[in-house]
Design a protein around this ligand. Structure first.
Ligand code: MV4
Length: 449
């Protein structure tokens, strides 16, 4: 086992990983930008190294500076968290070349799943259902039109190097294709440095269900059940839960079998997630694979009773998975909400500033809090505005929702605007309480008033 872990991240996830390291008796190194000198994650670690100025390019996204920080602090392993460099295969490779254990999958798996058409081909070859569409990027609008003609409209254009919804364009008819192709290409180029796009059949108001998988270096691959992540706005998840409500046993089984088959086919090691769209008939289609620990991993930890960060560390050290498929239970129900510093009155624009007052529910009966901030913290314009997550666990979904609603009521945040009012509305909403969720509900105004 390595001895010292550098966490190449900030906020709540850095703190979560440090906790996992401490549980295994490992020492810890934080990195931070000039904007984060007083940030809580810096105080959590045994040592801290300044990376540089606030802009991510000069700090949390700088491979060179992070590798230098590892060298200078004597770290022998690196955990990337989520976001930043977590799905950058060059970073994983640079860590390995620098003699550091990258706590995550192989650089090759990150690269293959980051190339969305390649991911579709690899999953299809493993027998995982994919959305009908092109297996390669399309060269121009005419080629896109040929694919659309075969699969039928509406279609969606997606960035080949993308993910997470950036640069997607829905196309309802052939007449819109040329314009949409130009827009999607331009957006893909500016966001991902590659203008390549591919075509998929567009599914209306699907659910988003994902499966947590875990592989080790001995060839074991298991799933840790599913998470429902349909309640989101502008591709930012707001609520995540496990089990997915109203999911037929047959569909659930199909999803987890497909996820394990897909992960196994690519020799996947460490924690990963396969995202699927699920239609009202229970049909499911692979969307993309996230090759990192996700924001919503705590809901899986709560229903399985497992420590995913500890498992990541063990697997990265070459140990076998600390659980077998038979030992992975899904007990009770867990729901996570994300509280962002965003202003609901200003179309959820980020709301930077100083947190002048912060009261969070105690981590009592069935409530877990994962926070990156304390009273007095400054929410910077430079980073993701996630402040904290609340995770409620109940014997069943109704019990979890009741605890969640109470925990939301107990939260007080002053100095910045937050998504708390929207989350309280969702927690009280009849459709949510019945488990009738899909990906378009926030935009369709289900939670207004
Ligand atoms: C889609 C889709 C409909 N049809 N693909 C958005 C994020 C990215 N991971 C994939 N996304 C979508 N892909 C096809 N073929 C609808 C979405 C989508 C969505 C997916 C998951 C969760 C929320 C969403 C909100 C809007 C659109």
């Amino acid at each position: 086992m390595f001895r010292t872990v550098l966490v190449a991240n900030r906020g709540e996830i850095a703190r979560r990983v440090f906790r996992g390291c401490r549980a295994l008796g490992l020492s810890t190194v934080a990195v931070y930008s000039e904007a984060d000198r007083d940030a809580p994650h810096v105080k959590d670690a045994d040592r801290a190294v300044l990376l540089g100025p606030a802009p991510p390019r000069e700090s949390y996204l700088s491979v060179e500076r992070i590798l230098a920080a590892a060298r200078e602090s004597g770290a022998d392993a690196v955990h990337p968290g989520y976001g930043f460099l977590s799905e950058n295969w060059r970073f994983a490779e640079a860590c390995a070349q620098g003699g550091l254990t990258f706590i995550g999958p192989s650089a090759e798996a990150i690269r293959a799943m980051g190339d969305k058409p390649e991911a579709r081909r690899r999953m299809a070859a493993a027998g995982v259902p994919i959305v009908p569409g092109s297996s390669e990027p399309v060269a121009d609008a005419v080629a896109a039109g040929r694919v659309a003609g075969e699969i039928g409209y509406p279609v969606i254009l997606k960035a080949a190097a993308g993910g997470g919804g950036i640069g997607m364009a829905k196309v309802t008819s052939a007449g819109e294709l040329a314009g949409a192709f130009a827009t999607a290409t331009r957006r893909a180029q500016s966001a991902f440095g590659s203008g390549q796009v591919y075509v998929e059949r567009y599914l209306e108001a699907p659910r988003h269900v994902e499966v947590q998988v875990f592989g080790d270096t001995k060839g074991s691959v298991v799933h840790l059940h599913e998470r429902e992540c349909s309640i989101q706005r502008r591709h930012q998840k707001l609520v995540e839960e496990s089990p997915a409500p109203n999911l037929e046993t047959k569909t659930k089984r199909g999803l987890t079998d497909a996820a394990v088959a897909g992960a196994r086919a690519i020799g996947y090691v460490n924690a990963g997630t396969l995202e699927f769209l699920v239609d009202p008939q229970g049909g499911f289609y692979f969307l993309e694979m996230n090759t990192r620990l996700q924001v919503e991993h705590p809901v899986t930890e709560e229903v399985t009773g497992l420590d995913l960060v500890a498992a990541q560390l063990r697997v990265a050290a070459g140990e076998p998975l600390p659980f077998s498929q038979d030992e992975v239970e899904q007990r009770g129900a867990a729901i996570e909400v994300r509280v962002y510093a965003e202003d609901p009155a200003k179309n959820f624009l980020p709301s930077p500033g100083t947190i002048t007052r912060l009261a969070l529910p105690g981590g009592g009966e069935g409530i877990r809090v994962e926070s990156g901030v304390v009273e007095g913290s400054v929410v910077s314009v430079h980073y993701d505005p996630l402040l904290f997550k609340l995770i409620a666990l109940g014997a069943d979904r109704t019990g979890a929702i009741e605890r969640l609603a109470r925990a939301l009521d107990a939260c007080v945040v002053e100095g910045v605007k937050t998504t708390l009012p929207l989350l309280r509305t969702i927690a009280a909403h009849p459709d949510f309480r019945r488990g009738r969720v899909h990906t378009q509900m926030v935009e369709q105004g289900a939670f207004h008033g």
